[in-house]
Design a binder for this molecule. Structure first.
Ligand SMILES: C[S@@+](CC[C@H](N)C(=O)[O-])C[C@H]1O[C@@H](n2cnc3c(N)ncnc32)[C@H](O)[C@@H]1O
Length: 258
């Protein structure tokens, strides 16, 4: 907690709004996507999707994927609690959807489905995309799949299993426009998933990392990622880190208040 407060204060000192950004690419992204306050038709359905989970008090046995990505223990949790605690927030879900439409993403990978709030945002905002989402806990994945069906979200494939095997199988021969890293928030797994996904990018791909200040380990992983020679532009929004591979850009790091 102290760690997070210290880093948040540092972030506040360093961060800028769009007026302090000199890169046209980043300026446009920030003003047209991050700061886009216009209401979107799909926000209403996303709200209903979240609401239905928050009102679902069914108890399921969940498998916790802990240290070393091993399935450590199984315990009981309400779907509503999973949606509240593990699910992406409303504001971030809306931004995720806007990012997908802004970059016209066609092939999307989400690492960490949970009950599918982020996946629903990606699907509703951009129904012509194809989304593959990975989840280790079978029962959690079943809740997500049932909800995708109920809300008629057709462009989603859920792959169930530990990322340690499902990620490589999923990446096989594919290229992704957008990858959302939102599972197993630990240093080495985050670096490993980043390295694995790197070979499946193109010039305009974007990677979004959740909770880059969640722990010292996640901050170390983020530093590793932004210093990687293949990464050109990187953006720290405190909650998320975004990286790009555009070769015409000089390597530059931005700290932006969203
Ligand atoms: C933070 S939640 C994902 C939230 C979701 N992206 C959203 O937008 O609401 C992370 C999920 O990743 C799964 N997970 C974590 N480590 C995993 C691993 N090694 N293999 C498979 N699933 C894992 C957890 O079961 C959990 O459901």
């Amino acid at each position: 907690m102290l760690f997070q407060i210290k880093f948040y204060l540092k972030f506040l000192l360093k961060s800028k709004n769009k007026h302090g950004i000199h890169s046209p690419f980043v300026y446009q992204l920030v003003s047209d996507c991050f700061y886009d306050k216009t209401d979107k038709k799909w926000y209403k359905t996303l709200h209903r999707y979240r609401k239905s989970l928050l009102n679902n008090h069914t108890v399921i046995a969940i498998e916790d994927f802990g240290a070393g990505s091993k399935s450590l223990r199984s315990h009981q949790r309400k779907v509503s609690d999973i949606a509240k605690n593990a699910g992406i927030t409303k504001i971030r879900a809306q931004l995720l959807g806007r990012l997908s439409t802004y970059f016209e993403a066609k092939h999307i990978l989400e690492i960490g489905t949970s009950v599918g709030i982020g996946t629903a945002a990606l699907s509703l905002s951009n129904p012509n995309s194809t989304i593959i989402t990975l989840e280790g806990c079978k029962n959690t994945a079943t809740i997500a799949k049932e909800n995708f069906e109920f809300f008629n979200l057709k462009n989603i494939e859920v792959v169930v299993g530990n990322f340690s095997s499902t990620l490589a199988q999923t990446l096989n021969n594919k290229t992704f426009d957008l990858v959302f890293f939102d599972g197993n928030h630990q240093k080495q797994p985050t670096i490993d998933y980043f390295e694995q996904c790197l070979a499946h990018t193109h010039h305009n791909s974007v990677f979004v990392f959740d909770d880059i200040y969640w722990s010292k380990g996640m901050q170390d992983a983020w530093q590793y990622i932004i210093n990687h020679p293949k990464v050109t532009v990187s953006i720290d929004t405190y909650y998320w880190g975004l990286v790009f591979f555009r070769k015409e850009q000089v390597k530059e790091h931005f700290v932006v208040r969203v």
